[in-house]
Design a protein around this ligand. Structure first.
Ligand code: GLU
Length: 436
């Protein structure tokens, strides 16, 4: 039976590297119909905070990641102590002069400790290079090595998938498992996430780009962010990038995990990795419209938009946004009574003049007052008007677009007019004529 665990220490916000570790464990479990365990490694009372625990749950909830079993290490203290006693009683550990229980590394009888990592291959370390490490502190508190291995053994963890920074701990862990008389689990260490300058990602050094909730608040979709994290250090063999959850589960193998560290690309000006943004835009494009509209609503809260209105606007901007947050800059003109000020010069069509702008706007006032407010009727009426005025359709449309949206780039014009409605469209055309 395949059993894996994600074992965060609640000492900071949920780091994107930790989220990726959860995801790889979870994908492996789901791919093999195994069991996903969330174990909170909260034995370090000095450093644990409730805030950190909340941030872990908050991040996992946003990413929509679930687990099958849940444990808190602090509630399993007896088990950890008993395991240490067992090792002590079997003669594999001793109590030093300071009262610390230490593992007795068998340097006389054994030259090295080895294990085969499923990502990094055969790992060997001479016993001469492993110190007699602590299992219980002088106050009797189990160390990370002791608590972690006792739990992994008790929970019958079959595969330990964790960050590469734990690779060297694993020699000690192999010794502990053997001393407990259990077969060590299989190990798979994951390449680190690094910053463009090659340093390990850290909040202190790199700021909010390291925290999962930053991406939520910046308008990333959970499904695309999970997809992005998967591509940091793993790839499906066929170069696919945009993948759904089910596709990720189906494709995930540990063989696909790379050894080299994965770079998260960001700069001070562009805090988000271009690939994360690209993937997000791709996922946005295929989101069912009801879902998109519901996801956009909180990002337009300042405009007090109704759900019905958002449902109409969403299809017009679906292809034009990279993040949910873009709704506030791409679609604001749908939501406000009064357009933000724009430069009257924008109303002048390309290769046209003031007179042409006035002509187009005056004509559009007639059309908008008299035409059925649907795409096809408006389209036909405006094209006929352009022909009649002997100007190009593009020259006809630009002043109208700027008049109703306040900018040259907007969603398709006729759909936009339909959503804005007759009254608002006419009012804005009138204001534009006054501006000229
Ligand atoms: N609590 C450890 C950490 O957060 C767990 C390491 C492990 O997976 O064994 O790094």
């Amino acid at each position: 039976m395949l059993r894996v665990r994600f074992a965060p220490s609640p000492t900071g916000y949920l780091h994107i590297g930790s989220a990726r570790t959860f995801i790889f464990n979870w994908l492996y479990a789901r791919h093999h119909s195994g069991t996903m365990i969330l174990r909170i490694d909260d034995t370090d009372i000095e450093r644990n905070t409730q805030q950190s625990l909340d941030s872990i749950f908050e991040g996992l909830k946003w990413l929509d990641l679930e687990w099958d079993e849940f444990y808190r290490q602090s509630e399993r203290d007896d088990l950890h102590r008993r395991a240490a006693e067992e090792i002590l009683n079997k003669g594999f550990a001793y109590r030093d002069s300071e009262g610390v229980v230490r593992f007795r590394v068998p340097r006389e009888t054994r030259a090295e400790v080895t294990f085969t990592d499923l990502v990094y291959g055969l790992q060997t370390k001479g016993t001469a290079d492993i110190e007699d490490f602590a299992l219980l502190r002088s106050n009797g508190a189990p160390t990370y090595h002791m608590a972690s291995c006792a739990d992994d053994a008790d929970l019958r963890i079959s595969h330990i998938i964790r960050g590469q920074d734990h690779l060297t701990n694993t020699f000690k862990h192999v010794l502990i498992f053997e001393a407990l008389g259990v077969e060590p689990p299989k190990f798979a260490h994951l390449p680190l996430l690094i910053a463009p300058d090659g340093s390990k990602l850290s909040k202190r050094k790199h700021g909010p780009v390291v925290s999962v909730t930053t991406y939520r608040d910046a308008g990333f979709l959970a499904q695309s962010f999970v997809n992005f994290l998967c591509l940091l250090g793993w790839s499906p063999k066929n170069d696919r990038e945009k993948m759904s959850r089910q596709e990720l589960i189906d494709a995930f193998t540990l063989e696909g995990v790379n050894k080299s560290n994965a770079t998260v690309n960001f700069t001070e000006e562009d805090p988000f990795d271009p690939k994360a943004l690209w993937l997000n835009a791709e996922h946005l494009k295929t989101l069912p419209i009801e879902e998109l509209a519901a996801d956009l609503l909180p990002f337009a809260a300042e405009f007090h938009v109704s759900a019905e209105k958002m449902l109409k606007v969403a299809p017009l901007i679906q292809e034009r946004i990279k993040t949910l947050k873009d709704v506030a800059t791409v679609a604001d003109f749908f939501f406000v009574d009064q357009l933000p000020p724009y430069d009257a010069a924008e109303l002048i069509p390309q290769k046209g003049d003031l007179a042409m702008a006035r002509l187009a706007l005056e004509k559009s006032r007639e059309i908008l007052a008299a035409t059925d407010f649907n795409h096809d009727a408006l389209d036909a009426a405006f094209r006929a008007a352009a022909a009649e005025l002997k100007i190009k359709p593009g020259q006809m449309f630009q002043p109208i677009r700027v008049a109703v949206c306040g900018r040259k780039n907007s969603p398709p014009l006729f759909e936009t007019l339909v959503v804005l409605g007759r009254e608002t469209s006419l009012k804005r055309i009138g204001e534009a004529i006054k501006k000229l």
